[in-house]
Design a protein around this ligand. Structure first.
Ligand code: ACO
Length: 433
């Protein structure tokens, strides 16, 4: 870095190149390297994007060292405590909390789009009943692009908005149908008089032969889980949505790409893996053995629900999840959930162990979420589906921001090529045995 704090100087092969340094409203400065290749003929190398800001964004801010998460400037704790998911959707998408009339209109717009085209119900029958619901989600959400031709003009702001509303509104219906198909029960149509979360719980747990009234405490817990998962700046799935969208692709297809990325166990699939881990450990007395295995690198076992690329402190969402877990278990009269015992013991052991302290590994959002979702009645295979449902608003808000950026370009990373240099084709008969 040069003396001027707003300029970086890189010296490459004896040539010094100035690079502008940009500052955001908060957070680390960035060195603008967009002209680096033109000026030096060199690329930067940053697999995994550990030091690379891929875009400029006004949506979500994370301070990983301090354990801070802000949606449009508002702390996640305040939104989870005082707000609700639909308000959070409005905030993420439009940039401000809604006024009462904006809120009413938004709710109406979402409510009017909850049903899916009846033809879509046929897709489900094409899957085996034991298909993973995330596989079904990738396919059905991708298939939405075939239904809404009017939403494919991404250059029209109104069509972008309608497509976005459709996604926020229909994801719960599609997710609930994936669940119902999986367990062999009939689909339950949405009921627009209910809140977003209560409607979703009803579509998942009601059956046509009985009255179903969603428990307000459980609906509130569901809503809070949606808020906590709504956005998380440029994570792998969001970057996937942006990259897919950067070519001008259909937004429903872009969200399907995000769902595919989210599915992996290092990302959204971790909640499923975390609950599986707690189940496998089974008893608090087995925690020391498990921790020893995690620390043994040859075992390749990780403490699932622990560690984060950005948070090097307690994930603020994990704290809210822990509190919500207690509320849900108390409401359901579950006094001694053995898995919660195991989780508490694991957390205690890890937070006082040098291995985890040195590497700044803390519980992330997935450590407690599985306990809540299981108590609500969801099988583990549905956990990542719920994450995808909630994250859809974040993905679509980021997609919109990207499309509306006048400097938007197709995303096209470069590489460090380490393969064979140029060589000539050899006919098969001359390639040995
Ligand atoms: N258990 C044990 N050791 C871990 C863990 C863990 N959960 N996470 C990281 N480490 C160790 C690594 O072995 C490594 O140790 P080393 O320096 O001795 O080699 C060090 O901590 C750094 O790990 P990286 O993998 O380089 O960290 P990275 O930032 O790439 O990984 C990740 C972040 C993928 C989330 C990782 O912590 C992990 O695999 N956690 C478990 C899966 C999980 O809970 N994912 C959910 C993330 S939150 C979300 O997507 C919503």
């Amino acid at each position: 870095m040069a003396d001027d704090p707003k300029k970086a100087v890189l010296t490459l092969a004896g040539k010094a190149v100035d690079m502008p340094v940009k500052s955001g409203t908060i957070g680390p400065d960035v060195v603008d390297i967009t002209k680096l290749y033109a000026q030096t003929g060199a690329f930067t190398f940053d697999p995994g994007f550990t030091s690379t800001a891929s875009c400029e964004s006004k949506i979500t801010y994370i301070d990983g060292d301090e354990g801070v998460l802000l949606y449009r400037g508002y702390p996640i704790e305040q939104l989870a405590e005082h707000g609700d998911f639909l308000e959070t959707c409005y905030l993420l998408y439009y940039g401000e909390l809604p006024t009462p009339s904006q809120r009413k209109d938004f709710e109406k717009n979402i409510t009017y789009h909850t049903m899916v085209h009846e033809q879509m119900t046929r897709f489900y029958q094409g899957f085996r009943r034991d298909a993973h619901p995330m596989a079904v989600m990738v396919a059905v959400v991708g298939a939405m692009s075939a239904f809404y031709h009017d939403s494919t003009d991404i250059n029209d702001p109104r069509q972008r908005e309608i497509a976005s509303h459709r996604m926020i509104a229909k994801l719960p219906t599609i997710a609930a149908m994936a669940f119902k198909y999986h367990i062999g029960q009939p689909f339950i149509y949405p009921q627009n008089s209910l809140s977003y979360a209560a409607n979703f719980l009803r579509m998942c747990f009601a059956v046509p032969c009985e009255e179903y009234v969603a428990n307000p405490i459980l609906a509130r817990a569901m809503d809070r889980i949606f808020i906590l998962h709504a956005d998380h700046e440029q994570n792998a799935s969001t970057s996937t949505v942006r990259l897919a969208g950067s070519s001008g692709a259909n937004p429903f297809a872009c969200i399907a790409a995000g769902i595919a990325c989210l599915w992996g166990p290092a990302h959204g699939g971790a909640n499923e893996a975390a609950l599986q881990m707690l189940t496998d450990i089974g008893d608090p007395s087995k925690v020391p053995d498990f921790i020893a295995k995690v620390k043994d690198k040859t075992s390749h076992i990780r403490l699932m629900g622990f560690g984060h690329r950005v948070y090097k402190n307690y994930d603020p969402r994990a704290k809210i999840m822990q509190k919500t877990a207690h509320e849900v278990l108390a409401e359901l009269g579950i006094k001694d959930d053995p898995l919660l015992e195991v989780a508490r013991e694991l957390e205690k052991a890890a937070l006082s162990d040098q291995y985890f302290i040195e590497r700044k590994l803390y519980p992330n959002v997935d450590f407690y979420s599985g306990i809540i979702l299981r108590a609500l009645g969801f099988p583990t295979s549905m956990f990542t589906v719920l994450f995808a449902l909630a994250r859809t608003v974040g993905w679509i808000s980021q997609w919109k921001e990207m499309i509306e950026d006048p400097g938007q370009k197709i995303g096209r990373p470069r590489q460090l090529y380490t393969g064979a240099p140029r060589r000539d084709y050899v006919p098969v008969t001359q390639r040995g045995k």
